[in-house]
Structure formats: structure tokens, C-alpha cells
Design a binder for this molecule. Structure first.
Ligand SMILES: Nc1ncnc2c1ncn2[C@@H]1O[C@H](COP(=O)(O)OP(=O)(O)OP(=O)(O)O)[C@@H](O)[C@H]1O
Ligand SMILES: [Mg+2]
Length: 249
């Protein structure tokens, strides 16, 4: 049994593509026969929506965090083989407080037993630098960070890096990549051609700005399913393979 890799899709900035990337990566992972579990840690529940597990059926995540239910009860099948999900639910709103009380190791403990059943655990994170984020970081092996090629987004990435350094989370590998790239914009092109130092350890693959990504909401599916022969679909596929190589699965 291979060791489970836990990847958190994170950025302290909102709306940069954490959820859409998590969904497309999850789909590819399952498609390439890796048993995958995506945990929607964002109370907004966007990942649960895309995966069709947002109907409120099943157990409440809050009860699990309080230790009233075993974690395994929370997972749901999706319509894709080998891809299962833990839906977000609103009781997770209280998780911030709960995790702050119990310390940052708790999520790691919750995640650990899944290692027997899954090769990949993907965490779709809310945009915050709260105790929840800290708990997520201690549970993850890799932090995949979508970055829009602008100076402000790069600054946000530096903040994340500095924060990780200050918390001495050394086992966590920071993997940024560019998302929503518009090559008609001079700044995007500049930052792509001459990568700033903080991006050099990131993925080479970048995801273009694409209406097909926006259409995921209409289809409730990853791009590869409804627009397979498009630049966005090709980019996500390349991103998956580059990530796969990086995490040595
Ligand atoms: N490459 C892209 N091209 C065009 N639109 C994109 C791209 N990536 C993401 N989007 C769109 O941007 C919006 C935000 O994406 P997403 O929900 O994945 O971001 P997020 O970081 O998870 O946001 P939040 O912080 O709210 O959780 C969505 O409407 C999505 O369709
Ligand atoms: Mg999101």
C-alpha cells in the first residue's frame, strides 16, 4: 500500500481558482486509477456542488470534528469511479473555533486513518489564514497555490510563505502555479517569461483564462468531461502530470 499524499489547494486570496483546480486534479487522479478523496473544507461548499454531493444527505461534519461520529461516515461516492468526497456542510462554520481549541494537530489525526483506503487526499481550503488554515497546513504534505500573474497575487504568495516559515512547517512543500493567464496582458506575459524567484519552485504548467473553466458550474463537471479538446482541458491534464511527478505517487 503506497503512502497517502495529502495536497491542500490553498491561497489566502479568494476567487483565484483553488476549488476549480482541486476538482480538475481530483478527476484526473481518479481517471488515472488513484483512489482519491476530496475533502471540501470550505463552508461555501463549491467543491461539493461541482461533485454533486451538496444535497445535505449524510452526516454533519461538525459532529465529526466534535468526535461524535467516525470520519469514515462522512465520505460520499461521486459519479466518478475511485473519486469520493467529504462534503462541506454548514456546521463546519464552527470548526474555526473548534480547531482553535483543540490545537493544530487535530486535522492531521482526522486525515491519517484514510491512508489505508486512499492514495490521494485533496483538501479544498477556504481563503483564510486562521487556525483552520494552520490545522490544514499541519495535515498536508503539499500546498498547491493558484496565483494570478499580478504583483498583488505574488505578494499574497510571499505572505503565505513567510507565514509558513514563521510556523516552522518544514514538511510542507509549497507548490505555486499560475492560473487565469491572459497572454494579451503585458504583465501576465512578463511574469510568465521571467518568473519571479518565489515562482521558480512552482509548476511550469499554467492554466489559461478560459470560459470553459467558468462553464464548469453549468456542467457540474471538470473541463475534460464537457470540453476535452480545449486549451484549458489540456492545461489541467498537463498540470496533473506535472504534479504527479512532483509528489512521486
Ligand atoms: N483559469 C480560469 N479561467 C477562467 N475562470 C476561472 C479560471 N479559474 C477559475 N475561474 C473562475 O474564477 C472563479 C473562482 O474560482 P474558484 O471558485 O476555483 O476560486 P477559489 O479560489 O476556490 O475561490 P474561493 O476563495 O471563493 O473559494 C470561478 O467562477 C471560476 O469559474
Ligand atoms: Mg474555493
Amino acid at each position: 500500500m503506497p503512502i497517502m499524499r495529502t495536497i491542500a489547494f490553498y491561497n489566502l486570496k479568494g476567487g483565484v481558482g483553488k476549488t476549480t483546480t482541486a476538482i480538475n486534479v481530483a478527476w484526473h487522479a481518479a481517471r488515472w486509477k488513484h483512489r482519491t478523496l476530496l475533502w471540501d473544507l470550505d463552508p461555501q461548499g463549491a467543491a461539493s456542488f461541482y461533485l454533486g454531493v451538496d444535497d445535505g444527505a449524510g452526516y454533519k461534519a461538525g459532529a465529526v470534528l466534535k468526535g461524535k461520529q467516525p470520519m469514515g461516515n462522512l465520505k460520499r461516492e461521486t459519479r466518478w469511479p475511485l473519486l469520493e468526497a467529504i462534503p462541506s456542510d454548514l456546521s463546519l462554520r464552527n470548526a474555526d473555533l473548534k480547531l482553535a481549541e483543540t490545537g493544530r494537530g487535530q486535522l492531521r489525526q482526522l486525515v491519517a486513518p484514510f491512508g489505508e483506503s486512499y492514495e490521494l487526499m485533496l483538501l479544498d481550503c477556504p481563503p483564510t489564514l486562521s487556525p483552520v488554515a494552520e490545522s490544514i497546513f499541519s495535515a498536508a504534505d503539499y500546498l498547491v497555490v493558484p496565483v494570478i500573474p499580478t504583483h498583488l497575487s505574488l505578494r499574497a504568495l510571499e505572505q503565505v510563505r513567510d507565514w509558513l516559515d514563521s510556523k516552522k512547517l518544514k514538511n510542507l512543500e509549497l507548490i505555486p502555479f499560475y492560473n487565469m493567464v491572459d497572454r494579451r496582458r503585458a504583465l501576465h506575459l512578463d511574469l510568465l517569461v521571467k518568473r519571479p524567484p518565489i515562482m521558480r519552485n512552482g509548476l511550469q504548467t499554467w492554466i489559461p483564462y478560459s470560459t470553459h473553466v467558468e462553464q464548469m458550474g453549468d456542467h457540474r463537471a471538470p473541463v475534460a468531461e464537457f470540453a476535452p479538446h480545449t486549451p484549458a482541458a489540456h492545461a489541467y491534464r498537463a498540470l496533473w502530470f506535472e504534479l504527479l511527478d512532483r509528489i512521486k505517487l
